[in-house]
Design a protein around this ligand. Structure first.
Ligand code: PEP
Ligand code: MN
Length: 355
């Protein structure tokens, strides 16, 4: 339910309404838009109807949100969400197309800094790399843990790229909060509700990847878990779903991008690396993602993919990444998006990686 305030409503009136909502055992969330200020009410709402909110001073209108996802819904917030980061002009959502690139896993300092330098120079604004890896086999490389996070923090320091990395559980999430700029919740954890709730209490924005066979509504309900705990900065990601084909690791469901944008104000990225599983498919699907209106990309890049500890076959070579970035500049004006220039620190970056 949404309590839309009159344009001249005072702070005190807003405060009183929030207090009333909380005293009834519900949660209140402010929803600030360009056209209106509203308070979303969440909880088990079956008897909120009769508690007289519509008669309180300053209230213009009560709107019932028809969808099961409330805070995520465009009904509650018509304006697109733009996720911003402290002390940085990197954004996700809005007119800028944000490219996140880096290896599947942080394998060593040298590997990570080598790749970081290449992708920063080609224009990546954010850097990815798993320090905690969800692997099908318990015997496969599980990630470097906190040592990996320290390497990622060095990448930010040197090249100015913001860091996004996956939290496989609450312990990893709490370590990530000390080092990174954004928490990734991977496909396998899209419905790990306790992890989602903890991410919802984090000060960091969250990148939520679609589950391996999740419907659009399940994806949006998982985002609702995060937002219901107070975190507004959620970015969705289409990363391919299981289908009955053998030419591709997953099937990148590009139609979900405009479908999400119709139902939700949250930004959505595309991951053509996991979405295809094959290096030579990444650029075509990246360009297609831009064309259907994705807010950006997350792609895997490795300078020596034959020796990568995870996802080598789908990792682009740095030169392929640079070509993809220049081709994106041709597509993006058609959908009224821009590709920001490489970060100043990346342009100035030293080329030699010192031990
Ligand atoms: C990853 O980004 O490396 C990853 C494991 O992604 P997903 O959760 O989409 O499989
Ligand atoms: Mn991967």
């Amino acid at each position: 339910m949404l309590v839309v305030m009159q344009s001249h409503a005072s702070r005190e009136q807003i405060q009183k309404i929030c207090e009333r909502i909380e005293s009834l055992g519900f949660r209140s969330h402010s929803v600030e838009g360009t056209e209106r200020y509203a308070i979303a009410v969440t909880g088990d709402l079956h008897d909120v109807e009769s508690c007289g909110l519509e008669d309180m001073p300053g209230v213009q209108q009560i709107i019932r949100i028809s969808k099961p996802f409330k805070l995520v819904s465009r009904e509650s917030k018509p304006d697109d969400t733009i996720v911003r980061f402290p002390n940085s002009d990197v954004t996700i959502g809005g007119s800028e197309f944000t490219v996140i690139a880096g290896p599947c896993s942080v394998e060593s300092r040298e590997q990570t800094l080598t790749i970081a330098e290449k992708v920063a120079q080609a224009g990546a604004r954010m850097f990815r790399g798993g320090a905690y890896k969800p692997r099908t086999s318990p015997y496969a490389f599980q990630g470097m843990g906190v040592e990996g996070l320290k390497i990622l923090a060095e990448v930010r320091e040197r090249f100015g790229m913001l860091i996004v990395t996956e939290a496989v559980d609450i312990e990893a999430l709490e370590a990530i909060e000390d080092y990174a700029d954004m928490i990734q919740i991977g496909a396998r954890n899209m419905q790990n509700y306790s992890l989602l709730k903890r991410a919802g209490r984090s000060p960091l924005p969250v990148l939520l990847k679609r589950g391996l066979s999740a419907t659009l509504e399940e994806l949006l309900m998982s985002a609702e878990y995060i937002m219901s705990e107070g975190n507004r900065n959620v970015v969705l990601c289409e990363r391919g779903i299981r289908a009955y084909v053998d030419h591709s690791r997953n099937t990148l469901d590009l139609s979900v991008i405009p479908a999400v944008q119709k139902l939700s104000h949250l930004p959505i990225l595309s991951d053509p690396s996991h979405g295809t599983g094959k290096r030579d498919r990444v650029t075509p699907l990246a360009l297609a993602s831009a064309a259907v209106g994705a807010n950006g990309l997350i792609v895997e890049v490795h300078h020596d993919p034959d020796h990568a500890l995870s996802d080598g076959p789908q990792s682009m070579l740095p030169d392929q990444f640079a070509v993809m970035m220049s081709q994106l500049k041709g597509i993006l004006p058609v959908v009224r998006r821009t590709l920001p220039e490489p970060l100043p620190k990346a342009r100035a970056a030293v080329t030699v990686v010192q031990p």
